[in-house]
Design a protein around this ligand. Sequence first.
Ligand code: ATR
Length: 271
Amino acid sequence: MKKYKLAVMGNPIAHSRSPIIHNFFAKAVELEISYEKLLVPFGGFDETVRSFIRKGGYGFNVTLPCKRDAWSLADRLSSSAAEAEAVNTVLIDNNGFLTGENTDGIGLIKDIEVNLAKTIPSKKILVLGAGGAVSGVMKSLVDRNPLGISVYNRTREKSEKLAKKFSGRVEALDLDELADDYDFLINGTSIGIASGQINLPKRILDKVEFCYDMVYDDGLTPFQRWCQENSKCRAYNGIGMLVEQAAEAFAFWFGKRPETLPVIEKLRKEN
Ligand code: ATR
């Protein structure tokens, strides 16, 4: 049986759970894969990719901070990747030609709508952050027709830029403009990992149905902890999104979408 050579590239990379997830998927659909973690040195993304192609690579995932580099390097882009200006999945053809895809947005939507069984249409959403992680999923969120999406970011220029791109569907707000009737809160800042100060007014939690942190951590993220300490709502981490975006990547490579719930349960138990 053919063995497909896969990898995840980023920096840092040691913490990545992608190898566990993709090995689980491959076993479930009876495909032989090898899946390694490749640490990308500063400024060395293109060379890491070229070397991987020379060694017979079939496809790879891209994580922080290389998603934009992958978008620049790809020879062809899916519409999601072009829209997000970021690539998290690449397929390499026999001539070394690279097709870039972005599965982060669909991964977030699948986790919220299918796994957590929440409806997005007609809900009022507050998104925290306006960096690469948020830009990558915004189109998918907007396409689900929420009542409105407000974005708060420490650096106002970035949230304004995002609001301009989705004019009429997304608004940029300052801290003192935040409302007290959001249905969902989605954290896309890196405070979840960097453990910075959370400096948000507690009123934003008054009506929330649930909070979602796009990152994950061993145990609760700082954002999950803040939500749970200040309200009765459930706060989820991004493990489900991670597995769903991986399943979409796997389907992009092999045309088969594996079951995700067994892997999500496995990772939650290990957390
Ligand atoms: P990523 O690709 O993970 O989104 P990024 O593009 O560097 O990385 O964006 C990080 C996000 O987290 C940004 O929205 C950043 O806010 P700024 O645009 O003001 O930098 C936000 N962020 C990081 N540390 C933060 C902190 N301590 N408090 C508030 N926001 C923070």
